[in-house]
Design a protein around this ligand. Structure first.
Ligand SMILES: [Zn+2]
Length: 121
């Protein structure tokens, strides 16, 4: 298939062609339908150096594994988090909403469901 020049090993996970649509469901906390019937169960999130993250899912019917790239934080999302911090609020994930508080990972503020850093502390 495609050659990975990042040296990232995601095993033999396949890619989905409706990533964007699935991510919408993911951010909304909804179940994600697998292309094989059944649903995609999250196995893990792998943050990448570039700021994005790779989420690994497994279909609960076929046991086929898929990877979905979660895009890195946009300027707007970072600003949202910064504004919340400045206002003395607990910053939440701009994508997951108020039920996903950002957690500290080193100097970064990270959503544990996205694996993406949205701000700095
Ligand atoms: Zn999130």
């Amino acid at each position: 298939m495609s050659d990975s020049n990042q040296g990232e090993d995601v095993g033999n996970a396949l890619q989905l062609d409706n990533e964007k649509q699935l991510l919408k469901h993911y951010y909304a906390g909804q179940q994600m339908e697998s292309p094989n019937g059944g649903f995609l169960i999250r196995l893990g999130i792998r943050p990448q150096d570039s700021g994005k993250a790779i989420a690994i899912f497994e279909c609960n019917v076929s046991w086929i594994r898929y990877e979905i790239t979660i895009p890195k934080a946009t300027r707007t999302e970072r600003k949202k988090v910064k504004d919340a911090l400045t206002a003395g609020q607990d910053p939440v994930c701009p994508r997951h909403g108020s039920f996903a508080r950002l957690v500290r990972a080193g100097k970064d503020l990270v959503c544990s469901d996205c694996g993406v850093a949205y701000g700095k502390v």
